[in-house]
Design a protein around this ligand. Structure first.
Ligand code: NAD
Ligand code: UD1
Length: 344
C-alpha cells in the first residue's frame, strides 16, 4: 500500500546488492518505492526478502532500461515520482575489458534513456551511483571530491566518468538536479541476515572471496601482492558497510527534494579510514573465530596501491556519516554467507 503524503522514489537496479539495501531503508522510513530491474544480476526473490524485513514490497517492473518504450510506459503509469536513484549498471571490471560495448551500451544508453524520461515527465531529481574508481591511483590522500579524475583503467570505470559528465552537462541546461555519490568499497550485509550480495558467478571482490573461502568454496584466499609501499605491504582501501551506503541515498534524495545545494553535486561515500587486505582478513578471523587460509601471490594488474576518502564534504554538507565498524562489516558478511550455505 502506498503511503499518501510521503515521497515516491524510483530505484533502478533496486533488487541488486546496494539497491536492495536502499529500498529497505526507504520503505522503513515510510517512503513509497518503485523498482526497475532487469534481473541480469539479481533475483525476483529479493522482493520477498524485502517484504519480510519491511512488511511490504516495492512496486516492481522487470524491464531493461535500454528498452525506451518500456521505460516510457513506467513513467506514464507512475505519476507521483519525485526522485530517481540510479543503481542499474553492469559492474564487473574484468568483463568490461573483454566486452567494452556491452558495458557502454548497458550503462550509458540506460542512463540517457532514464534522463530523457525524467526530463519529459518533470521528474527533476537524480541520485547517481558513481565510484572511487574515478580517482585512479591518487597523488594525495585522502581523496577529496576536488582530487583529479584520472584516466579510467577499464571501460566499466569509464562508464562512471562519462556518466558523471553526461549528468553534469544535462543539469547545466535543464531543470534536472543531481547528486553523484562516489562509493569507496561497499561490503557487508543487512543486519537482519536477510539481504546481502547474491553469489551469482565467481566474485572478484575481496570480502565475498573471504567468506566463500571460509566455507570451503575456495581452498585459500589469494592475496594479490605484499610488496606495496604500505605498512604490511598489502593494498589499502576504504571499506564501507552497505547499510551506511544505503542511508547516504536517502539523505541525498532528501537534500535534492529540499532544493538545497547546486544543480550538480558530488560526494565521497566512505568511512575515511583505510584498511589493508591483511587487516580485513584479521577482522574477518575475529568475527568468525576461524583461521582463514591465505596465499600471497603476484600483484593483480590494474590494482591501486592505496585509496581512502576525505569525507568532510559528505559529513558537513550532506549531513551523512558512516557509523558501522570494520568488525560489523565482517560479522554481517559472515552471517549472510552462512545463511546461504544453510539454505543449500
Ligand atoms: P548489482 O549488480 O548487485 O546491482 C545492479 C542491478 O542493476 C542488478 O540487480 C541488475 O540486474 C540491474 N541492472 C543492470 N543493468 C540493468 C538494465 N539495463 N536495466 C535494468 N536493470 C539493470 O550491483 P551493486 O553492487 O548493487 O552496484 C550498484 C551500483 O553501484 C552500480 O551502478 C555499480 O556500478 C555502483 N558501484 C558499486 C560498487 C560496489 O563495490 N558494489 C562500488 C562503486 C559503485
Ligand atoms: C574494485 C573494482 C573497482 C571498484 C571498487 C569499489 C576491480 C578490479 N575493481 O576494486 O572498479 O570501484 O572495487 O567497489 O574489481 N584482493 C586480494 N585477493 C582477492 C581479491 C582482492 O588480495 O582475491 C585485494 C585487491 O588486490 C585489493 C583489495 O583486495 O587490494 C580490494 O579488492 P576489490 O574488492 O576487488 O576492490 P578494488 O580493488 O578496490
Amino acid at each position: 500500500m502506498a503511503n499518501p503524503g510521503k515521497g515516491t522514489f524510483l530505484i533502478t537496479g533496486g533488487l541488486g546488492y546496494i539497491g536492495s539495501h536502499t529500498v529497505v531503508e526507504m520503505l522503513q522510513r515510510n517512503y513509497n518505492v518503485v523498482v526497475i530491474d532487469n534481473l541480469s544480476n539479481s533475483s525476483e526473490l529479493v522482493l520477498d526478502r524485502i517484504a519480510s524485513i519491511c512488511g511490504r514490497k516495492p512496486v516492481f517492473y522487470p524491464i531493461d532500461l535500454c528498452d525506451k518504450p518500456a521505460l516510457e510506459a513506467v513513467f506514464a503509469k507512475e505519476k507521483e515520482l519525485q526522485a530517481v536513484i540510479h543503481f542499474a549498471a553492469l559492474k564487473a571490471v574484468g568483463e568490461s575489458v573483454e566486452k567494452p560495448l556491452l558495458y557502454y551500451k548497458n550503462n550509458l544508453i540506460s542512463l540517457v534513456n532514464l534522463m530523457d524520461c525524467m526530463i519529459e515527465n518533470s521528474v527533476n531529481n537524480l541520485v547517481f551511483s558513481s565510484s572511487c574508481t574515478v580517482y585512479g591511483e591518487p597523488d594525495v590522500l585522502p581523496v577529496t571530491e576536488k582530487s583529479p579524475v584520472k584516466q579510467a583503467i577499464s571501460p566499466y570505470g569509464n562508464t562512471k566518468q562519462v556518466g558523471e559528465e553526461i549528468i553534469h552537462d544535462t543539469t547545466q541546461s535543464s531543470q534536472l538536479r543531481s547528486i553523484a555519490l562516489r562509493y569507496f568499497n561497499p561490503v557487508g550485509a543487512h543486519s537482519s541476515g536477510k539481504l546481502g550480495e547474491l553469489p551469482l558467478g565467481k566474485p572478484n571482490n575481496l570480502v565475498p572471496l573471504i567468506t566463500q573461502t571460509a566455507v570451503g568454496i575456495f581452498p585459500f584466499l589469494r592475496i594479490f601482492g605484499n610488496d606495496y609501499s604500505t605498512p604490511d605491504g598489502t593494498c589499502i582501501r576504504d571499506y564501507i558497510h552497505v547499510e551506511d551506503v544505503a542511508v547516504a541515498h536517502v539523505i541525498a534524495c532528501e537534500r535534492l527534494l529540499s532544493g538545497k545545494g547546486e544543480n550538480y553535486e558530488v560526494f565521497n561515500i566512505g568511512t575515511g579510514t583505510g584498511y589493508s587486505v591483511l587487516e580485513v582478513v584479521k577482522a574477518f578471523e575475529k568475527a568468525s573465530g576461524l583461521n582463514l587460509p591465505i596465499q600471497i601471490e603476484e600483484r593483480r594488474a590494474g590494482d591501486i596501491e592505496k585509496v581512502f576518502a576525505d569525507t568532510s564534504l559528505s559529513n558537513q554538507i550532506l549531513g551523512w556519516k558512516a557509523t558501522r565498524s570494520l568488525d560489523e562489516m565482517m560479522s554481517s558478511a559472515w552471517v549472510w554467507q552462512q545463511s546461504l550455505i544453510n539454505k543449500e
